[in-house]
Design a protein around this ligand. Sequence first.
Ligand SMILES: Nc1ncnc2c1ncn2[C@@H]1O[C@H](COP(=O)(O)OP(=O)(O)O)[C@@H](O)[C@H]1O
Ligand SMILES: [Mg+2]
Length: 257
Amino acid sequence: MEDGETVTGGLTTVVRIGGTIRRPTGAWTPAVHALLGHLERAGFNGAPRPRGIDEHGREVLTFLPGEAAMRPWPAVLVSGDGLRQLGRWLRRYHDAIADFVPPAGARWIVPDSVWQPGQVIRHGDLGPWNSVWRGDDLTGFIDWDFAEPGEALADVAQLAWNAVPLRGPGMTLAAGLAEDCDLRARLSTLCKAYGSAPPAVVDALERLMTREISRLQVYGAAGIEPWSSFRKRGDEGTVGQELGWLTANRSVLVLRD
Ligand SMILES: Nc1ncnc2c1ncn2[C@@H]1O[C@H](COP(=O)(O)OP(=O)(O)O)[C@@H](O)[C@H]1O
Ligand SMILES: [Mg+2]
């Protein structure tokens, strides 16, 4: 992304100004900035740093050098090396936020969500589309609007869902992987790099998908964004199919060596 360039992603129109990105804000922006500020103070360099609000009311974030990985994926993500880097990034992220307590009254994008001791603040939208790569090196994750309290394992599960990927043959091909690629080995690579066991991650992914379907139904029906738009675009059916595929393929995916 060049200086002065405007990009419209899935939801947001952002503009780069020098070494910063300007994005629209929401009720969750103060909580997200508290999180990103904590990461900065912890010396964690795999996320943008918060630089306040500009004269147009946009949030100001530091620019992460590199390109977001869209489909078809860059070679590094097709190889196991990208999964190893993603798993190590998530481990470093969870280590950096282990002692983060959100400000009292913090609001997140998910309505009524309140942090409880023992939970982490999840990134919430961990997919290749929000990972930034400079050549073959992961710089970090952008787009923290979906951050929310939750279980750490749900972050690993979401990465597995989107980056192994565990979404069925159509998405495997669209990513640029061979239809018969070894998804079990890819899941194992990611889990090993993070430090968790594939069966627990698949369990967490089934929970995450089930909860996502219920959010699409409840928030979608109530007209709450972005779930209302996601539901109109057909996400309830898509996630339902992906959950069906995961359950049907579970025994293959978590087979032990
Ligand atoms: N901090 C950042 N550093 C580098 N690029 C960014 C940053 N934030 C956004 N971008 C660029 O803008 C695009 C859209 O931004 P993003 O925050 O992901 O919005 P959306 O909600 O639309 O996905 C990204 O794909 C990326 O190219
Ligand atoms: Mg994004």
